[in-house]
Ligand binder design. Structure first.
Ligand SMILES: Cc1cc2nc3c(=O)[nH]c(=O)nc-3n(C[C@H](O)[C@H](O)[C@H](O)COP(=O)(O)O)c2cc1C
Length: 136
């Protein structure tokens, strides 16, 4: 079965824009569900928006996108890309939080997350993920 990757930007709602607790809750659910579903990816929160990459089998990615569209912690989910891909970019993480490192900020170059082309958004996430430790 081919691999699929979706990349989206959404607007955080209320406290979800700034709360560490809400972020921790999202990451906890994500790690548990994504392990079960064979999904991997990276999540970034920056300036009130989320940018997330989700990769796995298409049916599992689609099921997660349906849940994400119904989640009141964010809104206006817009897909930047949604396509079959040859390999995972983030095989090490069921889901992890990527910070806006100086290297990633250079790619963002002052733009908002929802102004990025799919290619730049992917480069931003892969660059930010390079700063993360690979889990054992
Ligand atoms: C920005 C954001 C990213 C999320 N990422 C994931 C994810 O990668 N995997 C996941 O299962 N849920 C994720 N969620 C949570 C889902 O929207 C949904 O609440 C959850 O999957 C429901 O899980 P449950 O059926 O175990 O209650 C995310 C939510 C937000 C707001």
């Amino acid at each position: 079965m081919p691999l699929h990757r979706a990349l989206y930007v959404s607007d955080a709602v209320g406290d979800a824009a700034t709360s560490l607790l809400i972020l921790a809750e999202i990451l906890g659910e994500s790690e548990r569900n994504n392990r079960r579903d064979g999904l991997t990816g990276v999540l970034m929160r920056h300036d009130g928006r989320f940018l997330q990459a989700i990769e796995g089998h298409r049916a599992d990615v689609d099921r997660l996108l349906d849940r994400l569209r119904a989640d009141p912690r964010h809104e206006n989910l817009r897909l930047l890309s949604d396509q079959d891909v040859p390999a995972r970019l983030f095989p090490a993480w069921p889901m992890t939080l990527a910070q806006m490192t100086p290297e990633a900020a250079r790619i963002l170059n002052g733009a908002a997350l929802d102004e990025l082309s799919p290619h730049r958004a992917e480069a931003l996430l892969t660059t930010a993920a390079q700063a993360l430790p690979i889990p054992a």
